[in-house]
Design a binder for this molecule. Sequence first.
Ligand SMILES: Cc1cc2c(cc1C)[n+](S(=O)(=O)[O-])c1c(=O)[nH]c(=O)nc-1n2C[C@H](O)[C@H](O)[C@H](O)COP(=O)(O)O
Length: 524
Amino acid sequence: KLELSSTKSPISTDEVTKHNSENDCWIVINGQVYDLTSFMSIHPGGSDIIKLNAGKDVSAIFNPLHAPNAIERFLPPECYLGPLQGTMPKELICDPYTPGESKEDIARKLKLRNKLPPLESIINLYDFEMIASKILSNQAWAYYSSGSDDEISYRENHSAYNRIFFKPKVLVDVSQVDLKTEMLGSIVDVPFYATATALCKLGNPEGGEMDIARGCGQGDTKVVQMISTLASCSVDEVVNAAPSKDQIQWYQVYVNSDRNITKEMIKHVEELGVKALFVTVDAPYMGTREKDLKIKFSNSTQGAKIMKTRMDAVVNNDKEEEETADVTAGASRTLSKFIDPSLTWNDIRELKKWTKLPVVIKGVQRSEDVIKAAELGVEGVVLSNHGGRQLDYSRPPIEVLAETVPILKERNLEGKLELFIDGGVRRGTDVIKALCLGAKGVGLGRPFLYSNSCYGKDGVERAIDILKKEIEMSMKLLGVTSIKELTPELLDTSSLKIRSANLPHDILFDNLYQNPTYIKFLDG
Ligand SMILES: Cc1cc2c(cc1C)[n+](S(=O)(=O)[O-])c1c(=O)[nH]c(=O)nc-1n2C[C@H](O)[C@H](O)[C@H](O)COP(=O)(O)O
């Protein structure tokens, strides 16, 4: 394990600048000097980003994309040379990596960020998305908002909820409504949670996933947070950021080809007190998120060449070539180096032996696999298509839920495992529909990314309060007072399968989000 130490003699800036080539590459990160000559070829983010900045201070590029302990965890100890003496000359200090945008863009967005609408003027989750689309860097917006290929699943995830209607009961005393429920053995305030998303520092460089932990725990309503393997903060930072020790956090696992890394991580997060493991299985490779890809090539001619090499490599199934070729092909592709594409059901059986925690399989997309999971004895599954970021045209999870629960009943498997669902959930009514169809809990990804990116922890808390109030109101108007009363007979799902996939027009935005007149950026 790499240990930073002041016992190493300080290194002058002149000395660093001499090692500025591909074959002799020193860089500075947060006042420490590293020799990455041999490491760059195995850097998950590709070697180009290192080669291009040999001999420079790359802290501003490194910090938004890596957990602080990434160096200790992944860099071989021999790469560490010692502390930097003084600071690098201005021209050798890299700016934050902002592919696809000019200095004017950055200045304009910074101005807007300093004139955000008052938080209390935000009245639904789409408002956060609209503001985020205006102030996030191109890279952050592309990474967060993109779905794969034509983004059909991305949009259908939400559109499917629009095809379900309620059959409300009247003349029920709804003066008191209780949203409490139980998830994986824990009593929770609300039936929804902040699901695992990566690289939160792209949108919120200071707070990252720590601000989601703070927002989930600082208000009256406590919400479960799932922490991603690919978080931009270390899991220790995120757990320690939780305002109270009894705040419930889950850990999302991408199983690494080196099983010991995963085993170690599971042991560590168990010691940290997370309450469950969610093993993501819908991303043996990261989907092709074209908005994300385009950003990488927007300011470099080399992109087309790399893209061609990478595509050839994928077509010829040439892993080696692909590894070296897609060095800057979007944040998603580079992140996928950590994930083992050979994972099978046997690995889940094995992984269960490594932990006492409940194990949930995240990214199940057909009832046959739910049955397999039940028979294998995991505690739950998340019906999910990764927010439409993986296989395009995979069905909206709410459709899979509607199909699966009757089959589990038939086979006497109902209650054998807990069903979670995520993808396209933007309204309290979406949450209620999922619960009526048998979900135990409902995950939201982008709404918490956007609220966190725009307003940090207070934005996350605001999003929670908005969603909670929508659920309370809709339950009262539905004529129910507790979660357990939410059953399928309250729904009309007769049009659920009549899909509305329009190529690739952004149906979600156009149909559901009327540009709000009340949102005003403060002038001055
Ligand atoms: C939006 C988003 C989602 C990611 C996500 C990153 C972003 C920006 N990442 S990703 O880097 O691999 O793609 C993760 C992740 O780390 N692990 C994971 O299990 N799911 C990941 N997901 C999927 C997420 O957990 C939910 O399945 C999805 O966000 C639900 O859809 P909505 O965003 O519409 O709520």
